[in-house]
Design a binder for this molecule. Structure first.
Ligand code: CA
Length: 227
């Protein structure tokens, strides 16, 4: 599967140029021209990496990054102006993986993307984009989950919830965040539905295979931690 790059940049010419170059290199791309749209696209889980301009309408890039880091470890490369040392420092403090200074050569940006993706690859995913925790292997592309070659039957929402927790391992995800991402923003059913799906997942994985994978953080939400 092609790596999906989200370009959050309000200068249409730059965004278009980067998009064409990335597609030429075999990436697939999405674009957002303001911070608010960029944040919700970045949170959607559809992208592998974000190129984030700092001076943006609606929400600036640093604020987008700050909010994004509450729920996601997706690699972020900041696009900064030449003289904004403060932006670079705060950006890295806020959890940006890297930055490039505008105007940049496309080769430099491509190199930074490759480095950031490689880092991510060794951190959480194997080469095929699968999510692995101990003997559990979850393959988002194939919608399959196996424990040491034993298939685990999961409903779509159970699967989405599990993949979300695995993608954001070591980050505590609140019930509201999980609810929005798993059930959608317009969900109007029971608010404890996430607790119910967590129970199902624990029965199908934790109890069945004798592990303590999904941890409850009382009053906050849930987390899967690295072993
Ligand atoms: Ca801008």
């Amino acid at each position: 599967m092609a790596t999906k790059v989200l370009i959050v940049e309000d200068e249409e010419q730059i965004a278009r140029f980067v998009e064409l170059e990335l597609r030429h290199e075999g990436y697939s791309t999405g674009k957002a021209a303001d911070g608010r749209t960029g944040l919700s696209m970045a949170e959607s889980g559809e992208y592998d990496i974000v190129l984030l301009d700092i001076m943006l309408p609606e929400l600036n890039g640093l604020e987008v990054l700050r909010r994004l880091r509450k729920t996601s470890e997706i690699p972020v490369i900041l696009l900064t102006a030449r003289d904004s040392v403060m932006d670079k420092v705060s950006g890295l403090d806020l959890g940006a993986d890297d930055y490039v200074t505008k105007p940049f050569a496309i080769e430099e940006l491509l190199a930074r993307i490759r480095v950031a993706m490689k880092k991510k690859g060794t951190a959480a995913k194997d080469d095929a984009g699968k999510l692995v925790w101990r003997d559990l292997t979850v393959d988002p592309a194939a919608y399959s989950a196996v424990w040491d070659n034993v298939p685990i039957e999961l409903s779509k929402r159970e699967f989405d919830l599990l993949a979300l927790l695995l993608t954001n391992r070591n980050i505590v995800l609140g019930r509201d965040t999980l609810l929005q991402k798993v059930c959608g923003y317009d969900y109007v059913g029971e608010t404890n539905v996430i607790d119910v799906y967590i129970r199902y997942l624990r029965a199908k994985i934790d109890e069945r295979f004798g592990v303590h994978m999904i941890q409850t953080v009382r009053g906050v939400g849930y987390v899967i931690k690295d072993e």
